[in-house]
Structure formats: C-alpha cells, structure tokens
Design a protein around this ligand. Structure first.
Ligand code: SAH
Length: 246
C-alpha cells in the first residue's frame, strides 16, 4: 500500500508553493488535482506521473467526494506515492479532513503539507493586513457555501488562539460563558512543524491546567485550538516533521 500526501498548492501563483510541496510533487507517482490548480503549477508535475483531474469548477464533470475518496484509495493501492493536490490549504474548506478520515479508516498512511490559504494569499496581494493591532484582533474564515443557512452562532467554528498560553484561564472562562461545553475538545501545539513539536489534547475545562503544565516544560511558541476538530489531533509527531529537520 502506498501513502497519500494531502498537499496545499497555495492560492495560484506557483512561487507561493512551499519547498516541501515542490519536493513531494516532484516525487509523486500519481497526482489527483482539483480545478483550482493553475496550469503553471500543473506544468511542475513530473512527466511520468499519472494525473487525475477530480473536478471542474461549477462544471458538470466534477467527481463526487465519495468518488474522489475511492480514487485516492485505489491510487494508493497501485502507486507508492500519491499526491492529492489542492488549492490553498488542504484543511481549510478543502475537504482534506474527510479524505484523511476515509484513507486512515482504510489503513492508508496520510501526510499533510499545508499551503497558503486564499485568505492569506489574497490579503497579501491586495495589501490587506488580516490582523492589525489597532483595527482587528481576530480572523474568522467562513464558508459561504454551508450547511447552515445563516451566519449564526449555531455554526461550529474552530477557534485558534495565538499568543494565548499565558491567558488560558481567562480564555476558558470566556468560552464557557459564551456557552461552549466543558467537554469541547482542545489541542495545544508547541513548536509546530519543528522536530521539537509537541501536541497535547484535552477538553476545555482542563485547558488552564494543560497550559500551565506546558508552560512549565517549554518556552516555545504555542497555539490553542478549540472545537470539535481538535479531537482529531495526532499526538505523535509526524514523520515528515522529523524529516524536514534531518
Ligand atoms: N482550500 C482552499 C479553499 C477551497 S474553497 C484554500 O485554502 O484557499 C474554494 C474557494 O476559495 C473559492 O471559491 C474562492 O472563494 C477561494 N479561492 C481559492 N483560490 C483563490 C484565489 N486565488 N483568489 C480568490 N479566491 C480564491
């Protein structure tokens, strides 16, 4: 069984591909790509690799998500290294989470290479600072194409707190006051993507305690993730991270 790499291709400009994305693409035996992948990026695929186009934008020829999942599994059975190339970041409105769950359920190893998401790419291209000390202290990425009809609190946002470890107590108190359940999953990631990466998981009620323990052990930078998706955090380090430093 081969392995599948979920790779973010960034917002379009090939120079916004990461070095890691370039390396993984150059080693691919098969690439399944969606319609946001520009011709300039397709030109970088190795000539020998099998290419599968999974969708046309708003077109009639798109594969369904189930067909894509099955095509990924069947590619992993045939090839050593399969790349699922997605516009932007695979985990931001890219259905990468569904592909990951499906493949892991079928015993396929999955690695993830993040990409610059459209919000970051477009903001940079237009000179919009997404946060600003004076004008904006939070960033919300919304799906306009959603199962929910309104932009209402019944949505289920993933909250990510930068610079929050030392504020874990007040953050938890606020979130509970906002109505989040005490058993809402949380994850803390310290030194993310480095060989020293640490991932801690728990529930909201225990967040102050986990943060205190983490701060006692490490002075690296950290993020707090709050929301149902935090339960999917892999606690063991990804092999890819270790490789990047080796
Ligand atoms: N995973 C992607 C998003 C996929 S959803 C990411 O992280 O960026 C597809 C939507 O992303 C498009 O409908 C559009 O709203 C936005 N998008 C993607 N690339 C874009 C670009 N280069 N310019 C503007 N919007 C873009």
């Amino acid at each position: 069984m081969g392995e599948v790499w979920l790779v973010g291709a960034g917002p379009g400009d090939p120079e916004l591909l990461t070095l890691k994305a370039m390396r993984v693409i150059s080693e691919a035996d098969a690439v399944l790509y969606d319609s946001l992948i520009s011709d300039d990026i397709l030109a970088l695929l190795p000539a020998r690799c099998t290419r599968i186009h999974t969708g046309k934008r708003c077109g009639a020829h798109s594969m369904t998500q189930i067909d894509i999942n099955k095509a990924l599994l069947s590619a992993a059975r045939k090839h050593k290294k399969v790349v699922r190339l997605k516009g932007g970041d695979p985990f931001i409105f890219g259905r990468g989470g569904e592909e990951l769950e499906y493949l892991e359920k079928h015993g396929v190893q999955v690695q993830i290479v993040p990409g610059i998401t459209a919000a970051g790419g477009c903001a940079a291209a237009a000179g919009i600072p997404l946060t600003h000390r004076d004008y904006g202290n939070a960033l919300v990425l919304h799906s306009g194409h959603t199962r929910f009809n309104e932009f209402s609190p019944s949505q289920n946002p993933t909250r990510v707190f930068y610079m929050g470890l030392r504020q874990a107590g007040p953050i938890t108190a606020h979130l509970l006051q906002e109505g989040l359940r005490e058993d809402t999953p949380v994850a803390l990631i310290i030194n993310g993507t480095l060989s020293t990466q640490q991932v801690f998981k728990g529930v909201l009620m225990d967040l102050p305690h986990i943060a205190e323990r983490v701060l006692g052990d490490s002075d690296g930078p950290g993020l707090i993730f709050v929301g149902e998706v935090a339960a999917m955090a892999r606690v063991q380090q990804q092999e890819a991270n270790a490789q990047a430093v080796a």
